[in-house]
Structures are given as structure tokens and as C-alpha cells.
Design a protein. Structure first.
Length: 141
């Protein structure tokens, strides 16, 4: 196995673990814990592209690891769980990713995605259809 493939497999395995932990959080700890976790992930300031380059973090590589893990696991992960998993993996690599949550209309569907450096990481490519909450906006707990 090449070094690149080994790194890819390791990141995918880590992403599987993070997604499993998030599923447990969502099921066992309830909506208050999820809201706190989401609010914290929305408040961070995303690392710049220069920071990603300095730490040798490939944003697409990390995002693809989470998307692969999501396909491999026999669980349905929401866009919020996927975004929080990406956030956690970037934190593990010493970089900060911001989770964005947006809505189309009040009371309508919501969507979550991640922004870091020069990237908007959204495997469903829906983020442009949603108006994100402001990072400093108060999120009800």
C-alpha cells in the first residue's frame, strides 16, 4: 500500500469513528447537546488557506474521507452530522473549520456545510441555495 493510500485509509477510518460518536451524541445526549456542539462549531473562525498550506492539510482530502465514511457506514448521517465530523477532523489536524447552517425560508428546510480556507465543503452542493445564520447570532439552546 502506498503512503497516499495508507493516509487515505487512516483518514477514512478516523472519519468513521467520528461519525459513529456523533450518531451516539445525537441519540443519547439529545437536542440540547447537539445545539451546544453546533453553536460552538459555528463560532470558530476558519483557518486561512495559508494555515492549511503551512500545516500541509488538504481540505479536499479531509472532506472526501468524511464523505467516504458516510457511504461506508450503515447509518444515515444528516448534513449536520457530516459537517460536524469534518469540523472535528480539521480540529484534529490543528486547523479550524467553521460549520455553517442555513435556511431557505423561515420554517423551511435547513442545510449544514463546512467552510475552511478557500473552500466550501458541501457534498450535496446545496449551500448556495441557503442563507447561512450569522456566526455571532444567538442559537437557542
Amino acid at each position: 500500500m502506498t503512503t497516499r493510500k495508507a493516509a487515505r485509509a487512516l483518514d477514512t477510518a478516523r472519519a468513521c469513528g467520528v461519525l459513529l460518536r456523533l450518531h451516539l451524541l445525537f441519540r443519547l445526549r439529545g437536542s440540547t447537546a447537539v445545539a451546544r456542539r453546533t453553536a460552538a462549531a459555528m463560532r470558530v473562525e476558519a483557518s486561512s488557506q495559508a494555515m492549511l498550506d503551512a500545516r500541509r492539510v488538504d481540505a479536499w482530502h479531509t472532506a472526501r474521507a468524511v464523505w467516504r465514511a458516510n457511504r461506508l457506514l450503515p447509518l444515515h448521517s444528516t448534513c449536520l452530522q457530516v459537517a460536524l465530523a469534518m469540523h472535528d477532523l480539521f480540529e484534529r489536524k490543528g486547523c479550524h473549520a467553521v460549520v455553517r447552517v442555513g435556511v431557505r425560508d423561515p420554517g423551511a428546510a435547513a442545510h449544514a456545510w463546512v467552510e475552511i480556507g478557500d473552500f466550501v465543503l458541501d457534498d450535496q452542493r446545496l449551500s448556495t441555495n441557503f442563507l447561512p445564520f450569522e456566526p455571532g447570532a444567538e442559537v437557542p439552546l
